[in-house]
Design a protein around this ligand. Structure first.
Ligand code: TIU
Length: 223
């Protein structure tokens, strides 16, 4: 398959070798009362990408593509949360503190669940990651290698933090990655715009970007 409209040039992928990766579409970042809000952010901005992300997920599922969901999640004893991460800044609640949706950024808590609209279904990979990047301290690279995955389509939040970190990690591991422009968002619109630019600069130094409609069209044309 080929996404002609991708930037900085056309992106080619084989369905069987490609995974759709949705980064951290969890209540902690998207709903009030979670980690995103404790850091001082207006979380309402992030909701806007849910319809396009849901449509891309549905089309990808219909095509039979592999789906990966990640969650930024720490174990309840916080043994995988470095003090530097927990203690930085001046949030209203820190990682592990009790908040309105349970303990902040802790696995299994209500706030740590992926939002209902994008909830994983049987057969999809769900990765709890203690870092910003999806390969740090996870088994994801091995799981993708076992399945012969070479290409990754990304959506999720936030663009310049967990999404960009994961794309850079993927780049160094040899994956060809494309970020779906309307399926990712930041609390800072200028940071989203800058991230899209820096990903595709210098001849796709990190990867490609494209609107999700271009992916849907490629999938439609293939059937
Ligand atoms: N704060 C922020 O923009 N993001 C994060 O802390 N994690 C993710 O991006 N998932």
């Amino acid at each position: 398959m080929r996404i002609e409209e991708a930037n900085p040039f056309a992106y080619e992928f084989a369905l069987a070798r490609t995974a759709l990766v949705l980064i951290d579409m969890q209540r902690d970042f998207i709903e009030p009362g979670g980690f995103g809000e404790t850091l001082g952010n207006d979380v309402s901005l992030l909701e806007a990408i849910v319809p396009a992300t849901k449509a891309a997920l549905q089309a990808w599922r219909n095509a039979g593509g592999l789906v990966v969901h990640t969650r930024e999640a720490h174990s309840p004893d916080l043994s995988d949360c470095p003090p530097a991460k927990r203690n930085r800044g001046n949030p209203t609640l820190r990682i592990g503190d009790e908040g309105p949706m349970g303990r902040i950024l802790v696995a299994g808590e209500p706030g740590n669940q992926i939002i209902d609209a994008l909830a994983p279904v049987d057969g999809e990979i769900v990765i709890d990651k203690p870092g910003k990047g999806m390969f740090h301290a996870t088994s994801l690279h091995e799981l993708l290698q076992q399945r012969g995955i070479t290409h990754l389509l990304f959506g999720g939040v936030t663009t310049e933090v967990c999404v960009q970190t994961s794309m850079r990690e993927a780049n160094d591991r040899g994956y060809d990655s494309l970020l779906l422009e309307d399926c990712t968002e930041s609390y800072f619109p200028a940071f989203k715009a800058a991230t899209l630019d820096m990903i595709r600069a210098q001849g796709a130094i990190v990867g490609w970007t494209a609107p999700s409609a271009a992916l849907l069209a490629a999938l439609n044309n293939a059937t």
